[in-house]
Ligand binder design. Structure first.
Ligand code: FEO
Length: 395
């Protein structure tokens, strides 16, 4: 792939990972990209690198534009290895380059790659680097996505380079928002937010307010994953404000697994009860859907109903995985409740509710439990339960 021009002297020099389907547990059905950018003026700066398997792509893209000995600065916006694992090799090639990172970034680089990175120079919010006519300004953004994270702003070109923030895991041959299907783009942006950035919602709101307060003019947002926002950069900023405020609609997500279809039958009866009240219902059977897809649906829902059969006096293992993931991502302001089938002792419903309460979730009780196979009366209970939840979130 040839490198791509954002503005005069500013090029994308990253790599496309078409076939990644598991990004540390996040199901990346549409692949991803690792975006790096080269900014050339009197001085030349490389913004971030790529995952090490794709280092040759980065080298080829840079060499279409310049030679590595002409790179004066390498800016490390974030140390996570999808952006930095090529850095040791690139730093050796760009032997004249100073490496710049946040204070935490320098510390993390040394912890990842050793004392070769003792030479890293640190920058903080408000520091500027003159490249010639172009100026780079730095803005620390801790926890978006790691403590070291920072944004780089190209002042004259009005390009914000926020690394992980505003990204999407989306592999394609296009690089800009006006070249791709908007629905797919926003779907992937929401999935990325729900599965990576959701725990940091209050920090996101504050960081966006800080950027707005700085009155930065933004023509483009060039993140480290996926598509560059140039048609309407405010679209993704407004979406982040909405998501970080946990704006939700009358929608119930039902996440469940099943052994002999009893919990499955219950889930469908509960959904019917929800729908009967004019409320949207979405059903996600684990093992048929990924936990990342379920979390994306939960982002704008008001209630989450989780169903499990009892296995060995506890919840089915996939529900344990899902609840561990969900409680870690901390979706705020949702109503949670639980249902399931059992043969003799039970235990799944209580175990799941305890886990949710321990995480500080609002739990509606009692849920619904059915012995062995739901009969007509049991299914009426499930339907009524769905109705109650729907009425509660509409109130
Ligand atoms: Fe894309 Fe936090 O790394």
């Amino acid at each position: 792939m040839v490198n791509v021009v954002l503005k005069e002297g500013v090029n994308w020099v990253g790599a496309v990972d078409w076939n990644i389907r598991d990004f540390h547990g996040y199901n990346t059905n549409r692949g991803s990209t690792y975006n790096a950018y080269l900014i050339r003026d009197e001085k030349t700066a490389l913004i971030d690198t790529v995952k090490s398997q794709f280092c040759d792509d980065l080298i080829a893209h840079v060499e279409e534009l310049t030679t590595f000995d002409k790179i004066d600065y390498i800016i490390v916006n974030h140390v996570e290895m999808d952006h930095s694992s090529s850095l040791p090799a690139i730093a050796k090639l760009a032997k004249n380059a100073k490496i710049l990172a946040s204070v935490r970034g320098k510390d993390e680089l040394i912890k990842h790659y050793g004392h070769y990175f003792d030479v890293v120079e640190t920058v903080k919010t408000g520091d500027e680097l003159k490249l010639g006519k172009k100026t780079l300004r730095f803005l620390e953004a801790p926890m978006l996505h790691w403590p070291d994270s920072m944004f780089t702003y190209d002042v004259e070109d009005k390009i914000l380079l926020p690394n992980d923030a505003f990204g999407q895991h989306l592999a394609c041959s296009e690089r800009f928002d006006d070249e791709v299907d908007e629905h797919v783009l926003m779907e992937e942006a929401a999935m990325y937010y729900a599965n990576i950035l959701m725990p940091f919602a209050p920090l996101i709101t504050r960081k966006i307010q800080e950027v707005v307060g700085m009155k930065l003019e933004i023509d483009m947002i060039a993140p480290s994953h996926g598509i560059i926002w140039r048609k309407d950069p405010m679209k993704i900023i407004n979406a982040y404000l909405k998501w970080s405020a946990m704006e939700s609609k009358n929608k119930v997500v039902i996440v469940f697994d099943t052994m002999w279809h009893s919990t499955d039958t219950m889930a469908r009866a509960i959904a019917d009860g929800v729908i009967s009240q004019g409320v949207e219902a979405k059903l996600y059977k684990l093992r048929a859907n990924s936990i990342s897809e379920a979390m994306t649906e939960i982002l704008d829902s008001k209630a989450v109903l989780v169903g499990s059969p009892t296995l060995n006096n506890g919840m089915f293992p996939t529900l344990g995985q899902f609840l561990t993931y969900a409680t870690g991502l901390k979706p705020k302001g949702k109503l949670w409740s639980f249902f399931g089938s059992y043969g003799w002792g039970g235990g799944a419903v209580k175990g799941m509710a305890d886990m949710a309460k321990k995480a500080g979730f609002e739990v509606y009780e009692p849920g619904v439990e059915v012995k062995f196979v739901p009969d007509k009366e049991d299914l009426k209970k499930c339907f009524d339960f769905g109705q109650q939840i729907a009425q509660k979130i509409k109130a």
